[in-house]
Design a protein around this ligand. Structure first.
Ligand SMILES: Cc1ncc(COP(=O)(O)O)c(C=O)c1O
Length: 424
């Protein structure tokens, strides 16, 4: 054990780690204050180094769908670790998880495992360019696809929280072939476009649903131009439902990217497509992609244990949990006279302090920057509920959250909402 406090650790961290964190959204930069340093986590709870317990809706930004330290995941990782942590040679579990993923997602015939969502989207873009022989890519403002250079423009999540349009260090050349379009509007796509990459539900500028016809329109426009359609399902994949957003909306992309849930909280991502497209990838084809830790035995063991628990009834339960939270929060804000909407798609939740939900990045930004979230966030943290320290992130209930935690959260929302400015 340690006698360190959150404050003392943050001070030490800041002298050896930029901003004291290894990923910018953790720094509390946009909400102010000192981050809590996690000592351990179990089920729906995280415990900080000072012994405070929080009902956790960060859940590692999505991977921990079963809740923290699920016994099946922990046992699988322990057993795998005892057999060695990395080999540089293929394993049976890589085959098993690829088979399981392709069974769950219609049209997904082959996958390549990588170590993060960023690697998945970066590699999938290269594959799309190599497959089509075209250079340009289209992405949507406020969608976040990780931090590879060509995708680091008009991103949501931490980039938006820092008020950046892109990143220093990304050359003009690296983004010269990236076209940014507004979310929820089908852009013009011509025969110079290799791929259109989209979050089928935008979950990095709060939670924004695709408007009816948007994803279908992208499919039609890509087909007409001979461009590939890529669904970035790093958040939606294996969380929304068994087959992810492609199944949910009935629109099949050409290429999928995954991360978060499939690694069970260990570093793993994946991208995949039809056999025909994936045949362009090395060693079969001439699009190069590789990784020392790809298909890591701890990550595949954790991912398989997690997927085993993700049965159709588990998704029903998770959706019921999210619905209870949505309804409770909505009623609590209404009772307090606070203008807030809690959008929900299946088990995915968001929160906007406004009378109506936004539909694109510009409208989301105006709401996320209105100063309400920071106050709400700190009130909730004080009340023992951990939300993401940034207005652009989604809310992640897990399968470990029981009605008792949801109701305690709603009670906290009611008392914090009573301290917030009411609608005019
Ligand atoms: C939709 C989406 N794509 C890609 C990424 C990048 O994944 P990672 O942080 O694992 O690199 C994220 C991360 O939040 C994401 O939400």
């Amino acid at each position: 054990m340690t006698d360190a406090t959150n404050q003392s650790l943050f001070e030490r961290a800041r002298s050896v780690i930029p901003g004291g964190v290894n990923s910018p959204v953790r720094a509390f930069g946009s909400v102010g204050g000192t981050p809590y340093f996690v000592a351990r986590a179990e089920g729906p709870f995280v415990y900080d180094v000072e012994g405070r317990r929080y009902i956790d809706y960060v859940q590692s930004y999505g991977p921990s769908i079963l809740g923290h330290a699920h016994p099946d995941v922990t046992a699988a990782v322990q057993a795998a670790a005892a057999n060695g942590t990395s080999y540089g040679a293929p394993t049976e579990n890589e085959v098993r998880i690829a088979e399981e993923m392709t069974r769950r997602v219609d049209g997904l015939e082959m996958v390549r495992l990588v170590s993060s969502g960023t690697e998945a989207t970066m590699s999938a873009i290269r594959l799309a360019r190599g497959t089509t022989g075209r250079d340009r890519i289209v992405k949507f403002a406020g969608n976040y696809h990780g931090h590879s250079d060509s995708l680091l423009v008009a991103g949501g999540s931490g980039i938006a929280q820092q008020g950046l349009v892109g990143s220093a260090g990304v050359t003009e050349g690296a983004v010269a072939d990236t076209v940014v379009a507004p979310y929820n509007v089908v852009p013009d796509i011509d025969d110079t476009v290799a791929v259109v990459i989209v979050e089928p539900i935008a979950a990095n500028m709060g939670l924004i649903e695709p408007q009816p016809g948007f994803l279908e329109g992208l499919r039609t426009a890509c087909d007409a131009a001979g461009a590939l359609l890529l669904f970035d399902e790093v958040i939606t994949g294996f969380r929304l439902c068994r087959g992810g957003a492609a199944e949910w909306f009935g629109v099949r992309p050409d290429v999928w990217c995954f991360g978060k849930v499939i690694g069970g909280g260990l570093p793993m991502g994946a991208f995949g497509a039809s056999r025909e497209i994936m045949a362009n990838l090395a060693p079969l084809g001439d699009v190069y992609q590789a990784g020392t830790l790809s298909g890591n035995p701890l990550a595949t063991a954790a991912g398989l244990a997690q997927l085993d628990n993700l049965t159709p009834s588990a998704y029903d339960r998770l959706t019921a949990t999210a619905t209870r939270l949505q309804e409770g929060m909505t009623a609590a804000f209404a009772e307090a006279g606070v203008a807030a909407v809690v959008p929900r798609v299946g088990p995915l939740l968001g929160l906007f302090f406004a009378a109506t939900a936004p539909t694109d990045f510009d409208s989301a930004k105006a709401i996320c920057e209105n100063g309400m979230y920071e106050r709400f966030f700190h009130g909730m943290l004080e009340a023992g509920v951990a939300l993401a320290p940034g207005a652009y992130e989604a809310i992640f209930p897990s399968l470990a959250h029981t009605p008792a935690e949801i109701d305690a959260t709603v009670d906290a929302v009611a008392s914090v909402a009573a301290t917030l400015p009411t609608r005019p």
